[in-house]
Ligand binder design. Sequence first.
Ligand SMILES: Cc1cc2nc3c(=O)[nH]c(=O)nc-3n(C[C@H](O)[C@H](O)[C@H](O)COP(=O)(O)OP(=O)(O)OC[C@H]3O[C@@H](n4cnc5c(N)ncnc54)[C@H](O)[C@@H]3O)c2cc1C
Length: 257
Amino acid sequence: MTQIPTDLTDEQIPKELALALAGMYSGEARLPARTGGRTAGLAALRAYNPKDYAARNHLLAPISRLSMYLRHGMLSPREVADHIRARARGTDREEGLRQLAWREFFWLVLKQKGQAVLENLEEPKYRAVWSPELPNDVREAHTGLPCADAWITHLKEDGYMHNHERMWFAAYLIHWRRVHWKAGYDFFREHLLDGDLASNALSWQWVASTFSGKPYIMNQANIEKYSAGRWCESCTADCPFMGSYEQLQEKLFGWRA
Ligand SMILES: Cc1cc2nc3c(=O)[nH]c(=O)nc-3n(C[C@H](O)[C@H](O)[C@H](O)COP(=O)(O)OP(=O)(O)OC[C@H]3O[C@@H](n4cnc5c(N)ncnc54)[C@H](O)[C@@H]3O)c2cc1C
């Protein structure tokens, strides 16, 4: 294994890492959008104020952005839970602990099922015909939908996507574009700084309905409401998310209310 010097400047790090890790990664070598490590993780935890976390589905509400530190063991779930207990009250506290519990639940499922989490855990709850490949326009953030292109750009540029954007994107890819959730899982794994086998695979399966009772979908009104209209207000695209949930379920899955 190539020895990596420890006295590198920020400009030198990507090149040296690229040399040392040749063959083990794809894409261009660059510094991550956020600083890693235990010191940065502790600073981010101390700075995190979980007040109003219960509104977390809204893109403007406060979230911790601690996932990459949790993923790489720079913070423990117990430290984050203690912080939430000390700093939040009522539904903010409950919701904070509930989301951490999802992470732990996914890990328990992974422990029980192992690599089987990378296969459909159940049959999809609709007649699904999914393509195995990620379409190029999706990979390149050129879908023509300002919202979807923004979600993909966040992923590729920041190594991060808000949870609600992840859910919207996963639903778009699986149910509107008919792409297998595994292609989305791989795309996330390629770019997410918090990319985690358990949470990633099982969340995709939850949206797909292979680890849940029904496929998750959203509509245009939901995207507009939880993004404060940031894409919808000036959008001129032919929006595929327009309609009520009943109409979209019929269109996508052939279900009649
Ligand atoms: C399709 C899809 C793929 C995902 N892939 C990953 C992944 O690879 N790695 C990952 O850590 N999370 C994943 N998640 C869950 C969630 O989106 C992220 O944990 C969250 O967005 C991280 O942001 P945050 O740290 O600000 O979370 P906060 O909302 O501040 O929550 C605090 C911590 O709780 C945990 N958490 C919060 N929400 C969830 C959730 N819904 N499921 C599991 N754990 C949660 C995370 O560890 C997070 O850091 C995925 C969700 C979806 C829908």
